[in-house]
Unconditional design. Structure first.
Length: 321
């Protein structure tokens, strides 16, 4: 198992880091304030090859590896998790298309994806996951994720009927660009910088043991989240089963992000709670990571089933059979 980045991956990492610093970071606060979709930024990212990383070159994408996606996600999310998600969401659709779509579907929708934006509707408005149902030969799918009675023709269904929940768990879990893994860098980086510069009653806060211990813990957990995420990405890249590892990565990294953001707000005191400083946004951004793309409770359900399966048992509705 080798997590070392290749020369190509280091190049795209540097590209993403520069884009995050020079383009995303200056616009992040305004985008958050106005709640407007960052179309111009997404198109700039598309021109650099950062939007469709997992879409094969044959269909107009970059053809990068899951590890490259993880690296780019971390760099972009350093500046803004929301904008990073907007830029990289296409990869969920691209991966679904290449994983389960027919060649005709890949050609038809790959080109449209290369020039446009896809969407991935999974998490319902309530705290549960509701799969769609089929209505007649036309394949009308009825789900509960914000789109009512959205008809999908049978010829446009990628993969066999009823396969999408298992397919999503098997492959898509480790790859979400805005999943827990991409939140690792913003959490530890900004509190370290701010706390180190702020002066408390005893001088620089980084020299205060209580604050220093928080920063050390943030760094330690962030590195563990990074390694879990890269393990899941590495397994996806080599074609190894990674359902359990992906669930580990998503849940642990999201929990780490939320914990680190709360600690950052605490370190900054009243400033941390104020919209005048960026720390409160870190907490808002981190919370959604525990909810969307499969809640952390769903991830733990997956873990239990995978652990039982690997132990030779199968769980159905929480009962062994």
């Amino acid at each position: 198992m080798d997590f070392a980045l290749t020369e190509e991956q280091r190049h795209i990492q540097a590209l993403a880091r520069r884009f995050a610093r020079e383009v995303i970071a200056p616009a992040a606060a305004e985008c958050d304030r106005t709640a407007r979709f960052p179309h111009a930024i997404v198109e700039q990212a598309r021109a650099l090859g950062l939007v469709n990383l997992l879409l094969p070159v044959a269909y107009g994408g970059t053809g990068a590896t899951p590890m490259a996606l993880v690296v780019v996600a971390e760099e972009l999310a350093w500046a803004c998790t929301g904008i990073a998600a907007a830029i990289l969401l296409n990869n969920l659709v691209a991966d679904a298309l290449t994983l389960a779509g027919t060649e005709a579907q890949r050609k038809a929708y790959g080109a449209r994806l290369a020039e446009g934006l896809g969407a991935y509707a999974l998490t319902a408005g309530r705290a549960r996951l509701r799969a769609a149902s089929q209505d007649g030969a036309a394949g009308l799918q009825r789900g509960g994720s914000g789109v009512r009675r959205c008809g999908v023709g049978a010829g446009r269904l990628a993969g066999g009927r009823g396969q999408w929940v298992s397919l999503g768990h098997a492959r898509l879990r480790p790859l979400p660009p805005d999943g827990g893994g991409c939140r690792r860098r913003p959490g530890p980086a900004r509190p370290r910088r701010g706390a180190g510069l702020r002066r408390g009653a005893g001088g620089l806060w980084a020299k205060v043991q209580g604050v220093g211990f928080k920063l050390a813990e943030i760094g330690m957990r962030a590195e563990a989240a990074r390694l879990l995420t890269r393990q899941a990405a590495w397994k996806a890249a080599v074609g190894a089963p990674n359902t359990l590892e992906a669930a580990y990565a998503k849940a642990f990294a999201a929990d780490t992000a939320m914990w680190a953001a709360v600690e950052a707000v605490q370190v900054f005191g009243a400033y941390g709670y104020s919209a005048e400083y960026p720390v409160e946004k870190l907490m808002r951004d981190a919370k959604v990571l525990q909810i969307y793309e499969g809640t952390n409770e769903i991830q733990r359900t997956i873990m239990v089933r995978e652990l039982a399966r690997r132990a030779g048992a199968t769980l159905t509705n929480g009962k062994e059979r």
